[in-house]
Ligand binder design. Sequence first.
Ligand code: BES
Ligand code: ZN
Length: 471
Amino acid sequence: MSVSDAIAAVEGYLDGTQQERLDEYQAFLRIPSISALTAHTADMTTAADWLVGRMQAMGMTDAEASPTGGHPIVYGEWLGAEGAPTVLVYGHYDVQPVDPIEQWVRPPFEPRIEDGRIYARGAADDKGQVHIHLCAARAWFQTQGRLPINVKYLFEGEEESGSVNFDRWVEANRDRLRADLAVISDTGFFQGNHPAVTIGLRGITYAQIDVRGPRQDLHSGTYGGNVQNPANALAAIITGLRHPDGRIAVPGFYDQVRSLSDADRAQFARLDFDAAALAHEVGVAELFGEPDFSVLERRGARPTLDVNGIWAGFQGEGAKTIIPAEAHAKISCRLVPDMDPRVTLDRVRAHVAAIAPPGVRVEVRGIHDGMWSLTGIDHPATQAAAHCLREVFGEEPVYLREGGSIPAAATFGSVLGLPVVLLGFTPPDDQAHSPNEFMRLDNYEGGIRTVARYWEALASALGPPGSSGSA
Ligand code: BES
Ligand code: ZN
């Protein structure tokens, strides 16, 4: 296999600088940038400023932490590759909350390297992948003094809490974000750690159900039998949202769902997937889901309605006999083409109102939403990504429709009109959002080398601006 002189030099540099790179990666992971919790607001700024500092040190111009109304967006660009295409690179520096904290083998913000893996909250989702991009660019700058393409980095601080200020910021910065392509690194590999290019993501609508009954908690002996119990009422509502076989019971829920064509189903069926291994990996006796669809179809092309959290009444030690005054649940629906998040939420709300038992007041409040996205595999930038993955990881990548959501993917298409490539590197069992999240160092190192090659490959695949096709 022959590589360009530039890539040979970049890889030589990377081979000689692993320790300093890992030190820096760990410094990034030590900042507890949990976007959902107000107690971490200052940490968000620290993480954003840290990224700005790294980008300035590496030679990016205009690196800044830009205010959004929520947590800042980190933006930086380098536009020195005259005549070459411009890529908008997206990742996020915020992370999920860490609870249940007692299940972490080491504290989530004290990274540890063990058995070729780095464990910490954000190691995979998504700080590790943001760092992959910084390292790839730095290797180019250090060895060539330049990049083969123009880049605009956009690192979000609110992805894990619904990207609620993102679209507005993108719209306000439309001109500054002009590019030929968006590359998002916030997805991962396929089962067995096979390289993958993601071509589909689900959308989401997230809401809270509040059920309120008596003015305050009541003695369940004195009042039980005469006052509706908000916790029982919430349980009844939740039961009414889904049929026992996994289908959603909300009227009209599936009306906008695009049915799978034979070609779609063939594409899913081509992937060699072991459902029993997945059950084993997560520790359940059997998988569960809508009948008549395969596991991968259910993940990539069918909608869901899940309870993400539920609370009411007494949770302490021992027993306490009350009728709680209120009960709450956080729920979310994953959405597929051609569902609309607002329409879906309206339907859920109407169904909740219709099935709510008497004697309580029920409210469904939307918290955030994001659109699904689906692209083809034919765009030259997608093909170039697959080519670089194959070169670095030595295996033919698969094309995946994934179950997670990245609202930015749809925004880049709808607001900026950009084709989007989802090029991510995390291991499929990375425990993202769970205790003991990790990144495999092989994936991380391979990711850096893939991105470094991808920039060169794109320069020839896309050619000068305007000469490329569209996705
Ligand atoms: N990296 C994930 C998205 C993802 C997960 C892509 C699995 C492919 C497979 C991202 O950080 C994420 O978790 N997004 C949230 C978005 C939500 C809060 C709007 C998600 O999917 O829950
Ligand atoms: Zn995530």
